[in-house]
Write a protein that binds this ligand. Sequence first.
Ligand code: UT7
Length: 358
Amino acid sequence: MSHSPKGTGSLVSTEGTRHTRISGVGGYRPERVVTNAEVCTWIDSTDEWIRERSGVVSRRFAAKDETVVDMALEAAGPALEMAGITADQLGAVVCATVTHGYRTPAAAPLIALRLGANGIPAFDVGAACAGYCYAISIASDMVRGGSADHVLVVGTDRLSEATNHHDRGSAFIFGDGAGAAVVSSSDVPGIGPTVWGSDGEKWDAIRQRLSWTEIQDRSERELAGEPQDWSDAGAEDARSASTLIMSGQSVFRWAVWSMAPVAQQAIDQAGITADDLDAFIPHQANMRIIDAMVKQLKLPADIPVARDIAETGNTSAASVPLATERMLREGEVPHGGLALQIGFGAGLAYAAQVIRLP
Ligand code: UT7
């Protein structure tokens, strides 16, 4: 027996604004400064090698009890203030992170609660170093589609916890921090089209050493008196098996060769040229990757380029908003100027867009 559909009327759809913009940004850097000299007490390396190969001079580590949610709140405050709104005006929170301590629930509902905006839609985005630029795109579409008027986007990561501090290939590169932005409606376009994508064939290139299931299985066997060998994962124990492993060289090559064309597409799709840019704010993965991208994009020599990695390290989802916040605060770029931003990393995932700075 066949059923005919009950509904005959058309559905009501939300209607948003035509344009969106970033109305405020904020950043938070934890107090503890970790120098290359300190890193070199954990791995066989030198300050000189780390500076030359990565550009990192120092990074910040969160305090033992400082979570990604704590850091997110510190970054959200100044972003809301710059946007000229209070938390009760937010329509949603989108949190980009890969280092929240719980598989579930997400960090975002706690951020909303502690901001005093409990009840609004709140969810996490797991796109690693591309997470912030992914979340800006999602938030912009939410505002354009009428699902929210103002969306808080936070990129917050505590990579010190996800790093094996004895791993020579990654111990020197990562740091902790949070950056936030408010996405709001606008009379004129303030967020250009996002050029984004992923490459699941390189899923392995940056990943947790072992899955949680594997870690649980081995830990159970260990508890049952069956000693486990973790060395196949480049780990010493269950804890270090949950840290990240990175095929540095292959990610480096991918970033250098594949990300400049993505950035160029973001410029083209925004309907501008490189000469129109007031800033280039790439993911802070490695100073040599930043230099290579500047060269390939043939950016005019006078365009300020974010080099926050020197003092902040690679903070994954926090890296682009933290670099943005620093450039604005230090007066390196003008409020209202155009910035090209691009995030890329584990997934592999990437996203780029031209935005008007708040
Ligand atoms: O945020 C997500 C995206 N992530 C990235 O984009 C990271 C991309 N990758 C990188 O930034 C770089 O690959 C690293 C900075 C991680 C490593 O730099 P590299 O130039 O690729 O180093 P490498 O692994 O090719 O090693 C070069 C040499 C080797 O020695 P030999 O074989 O040439 O004698 C290594 O053994 O440097 C040696 N080496 C070190 N020396 C001192 C490797 N790690 C270290 C170290 N200290 N920590």
